[in-house]
Design a protein around this ligand. Structure first.
Ligand SMILES: [Zn+2]
Length: 261
């Protein structure tokens, strides 16, 4: 009897120790998990800080972010990031860069125009095929000078690009027109990006609406509801969702010409 009870006591002690051990182990595991979560949170914060820091750095040091002091005459290759060609007032294209209309972009543009026509939307349903696409350096000389002749240099610089600085020279930019060869929404004072059919659907076809009034500090241009830039569907969708101008999305310098003359 004494032997049995001794055995039971022995077993009870072993069992208790095991249970306590398991409990302690469990607590240790959850403490470890807690620590892991905490470490992940710290890492996430560090990454966010670095990202925020780099964004601020971009703003403070535009000279390190692709702003070029070159001109169309001195540029050898277009400026690009991850294969995305940039043409804006800080990034001219080489004078002789002459790729012509990008066939994939045109294919998608036609799909977009067709979808707009069928959309039943008040404005987009009037889209027509006579868009304005690729413009060579030489052609842009004429466009820019025409703007100056008609409305002066300030107006020309707000709406048109100097030769070598036009996104149209990339073959990836297109101006949409509606019936009567009028620029899409060009005559509509109530243009609202968030309610606009083209602005809200272009990314499905690989395009972004490149210029909005509130983005002029980054893009260098006043709003142009008609001007689309082809980026391919994945990137266009990401840029669209970011709700940022392309320059900010890529964290590169933008805005006005370095040299004003
Ligand atoms: Zn345009």
């Amino acid at each position: 009897m004494a032997k049995i009870s001794k055995n039971i006591n022995y077993k009870t002690i072993i069992l208790s120790i095991t249970i306590l051990g398991l409990l302690a182990g469990g607590s240790f595991a959850s403490w470890q998990n807690y620590n892991k979560d905490k470490q992940i949170k710290i890492l996430e914060k560090q990454i966010n800080d670095i990202y925020a820091g780099s964004q601020q750095y971009s703003k403070d040091h535009p000279q390190f972010l692709g702003e070029t002091s070159q001109t169309p005459e001195t540029m050898k290759e277009p400026f690009s990031i991850n294969g995305i060609i940039i043409a804006d007032k800080k990034h001219p294209l080489p004078k002789d860069y002459n790729p012509g209309e990008n066939p994939e972009a045109v294919k998608q543009l036609k799909k977009l125009i067709e979808a707009g026509q069928k959309s039943g939307d008040k404005y987009a349903s009037h889209l027509v095929y006579d868009y304005s696409g690729f413009r060579s350096y030489d052609y842009q000389i004429g466009v820019y000078n025409e703007y100056i002749a008609q409305s002066g240099q300030q107006f020309a610089d707000d709406f048109s690009a100097r030769p070598g600085y036009s996104e149209h020279q990339t073959g990836l930019a297109f101006d949409l027109r509606v019936t009567g060869s009028i620029l899409y929404r060009g005559d509509d004072k109530t243009y609202d990006y968030y309610n606009d059919w083209v602005a809200q659907n272009a990314h499905n076809f690989g395009f972004i609406v490149r210029y909005r009034d509130q983005w002029q500090n980054s893009t260098g241009y006043k709003g142009e509801p008609w001007h689309l830039r082809y980026l391919g569907q994945t990137l266009a969708t990401d840029v669209f969702k970011s709700d940022k101008p392309l320059e900010d999305y890529l964290a590169i310098s933008g805005g006005n010409y370095t040299k004003t003359f």
